[in-house]
Structure formats: structure tokens, C-alpha cells
Design a protein around this ligand. Sequence first.
Ligand SMILES: Nc1ncnc2c1ncn2[C@@H]1O[C@H](COP(=O)(O)OP(=O)(O)OP(=O)(O)O)[C@@H](O)[C@H]1O
Ligand SMILES: [Mg+2]
Length: 256
Amino acid sequence: MSFLLEAKGISVSYGSIRALRDVTMSVEAGEIACLIGANGAGKSTLLKAITGLVPITSGSISFAERTIAVAERGASEGMRGLLGRRASWSTDRIVALGVALVPEGRRVFAEMTVQENLDMGAFLVRDEEKVRAKAEEMFALFPILRERRRQKAGSLSGGEQQMLAIARALMSSPRLLLLDEPGLGLAPLIIRDIFEIIVRINREEGVTVFLVEQNARMALAVSQKGYVLETGVVVLDDRAASLLANERVKAAYLGE
Ligand SMILES: Nc1ncnc2c1ncn2[C@@H]1O[C@H](COP(=O)(O)OP(=O)(O)OP(=O)(O)O)[C@@H](O)[C@H]1O
Ligand SMILES: [Mg+2]
């Protein structure tokens, strides 16, 4: 089986804090997969490792059949040769390969307009015509952004900023969209809208999605499979429907 994204036995440490231990996970092309876990479980750290923002101390990560990160220690000469001199790709190269991250806390450029934020997302796209066509696609997906296109991003509501952060990530036409807690701090109705759009992005635009959430019910409802992360360790890994019915998940994450 070949996966679009695959992490094998990866670990990440911040000094003496071991944020991820021997994490193995994968996402197949075309699916929505999720990772659920409490505050501090290591969810954002996993997304940072995938996008080359933090180094891994064990294991390897591959995307579209290329090894994009391998632990410095233990990396064979042959593997280093494949990656160039560095043991991992830079974030820019990973983005160029087709991975886009919507970071935690929807960081939009507050002083720039909605349109300028979208243009920033397409910085790797040279063709003006393509950038305009992509922005039109985003306005069709998020009509509110068309109405607000000349407004400064900092003046948008929380939900609108999350939509803009997602649209900006999609401007680079990624194959894989990584979402870090898209529902955080938003009202239930807005969260529902955001998740509906995530499903449309997957079905209509053919973008593979890996999302990280504390809102386990929402995340599992839209996903085909899920992982449960507890203090840096994957403790469960199953089809989303099975996780929704799992007693441990129900008690710890669904409040049942
Ligand atoms: N830059 C850093 N330096 C030191 N420790 C860090 C750093 N970033 C994260 N950590 C620690 O690593 C662990 C995992 O953090 P991470 O942000 O990945 O968790 P999370 O699951 O995303 O949590 P949350 O739901 O609160 O966003 C935590 O114990 C955190 O304190
Ligand atoms: Mg986080």
C-alpha cells in the first residue's frame, strides 16, 4: 500500500521534553484522516514535524513517495544522499511539493486585506491568470470572503478569519491540507460550517486532508480514519466509525 503521507516511528523532543514518541501514522490519497488528543498531547508538534518546522529524532516521514524527513542519528549515508546534504527538507520545499498547513490560531496577516492574504498564499505561483482563477475558486467556496475582499483581515470575525486561513492555504493548490484545530474558539454553528467546507474541499477539489482537533466528535464525523494521541504516543488507530463507538474514546473525548 502506498500512502500520500506516512510517518514511521517518529519522535520529537524540545530539550528534555519528549513531545512525540515513536509515532506511526499515514494518510491515503483522497481521504480525510484526523488526530484527536487533549491539550499538550503533541498534536501541533506532529504537524510541525511533517512541515519541517521541527526536527525529528527518530524515524522518517515521506510524502508522495519521497522521504522528506529522516532522523539525523541513524540516517544512512544512502538516505542522506537522497535528501541532499541535509537530513530533512526545508519547509519551503515541502510546501512546493504540495503540502499546506493552516496553523493553530488562524494566523492571517491582520494589516493586509482579504485579497492580499489570498495573494500571499499563492506566492509560489508565477502565472497571474492562475492566481486570479484560484482566488475566484476560493470566493465560490467562501462567498463571505468575496464580500470582504477589500477589508483588512484583522477586522474579520473569528470564523471568517479561519475561512481566510484555509482559503490562503488552498491558493497553492496543495495535494495535502493540514489543519490545526480549525474549530478552536468558534461557536458550534460556525464550526459546523467550517467542517462542511472541509468536506467540500476534499470531495470537490480532491484535496487530501489531515486534521488535528480537540473536538473529537466533529473530527471523527467527517473523517474516514483517526488516531488518538496521548502525551506524545498514539494509543488508538482505527476507522473513524469504530473510534466513535469505542468506549475509551467515548469516555475520554466524547463526554459520554
Ligand atoms: N517550542 C517548545 N519548547 C518547549 N516545549 C514545547 C514547545 N512546543 C511545544 N512544547 C511542549 O510539547 C508538548 C506538546 O505540545 P503541542 O503544542 O504539540 O501540543 P498540542 O497537542 O498541540 O496542544 P494544544 O491542544 O494545547 O494545542 C507540550 O508539553 C508542550 O508544552
Ligand atoms: Mg496545538
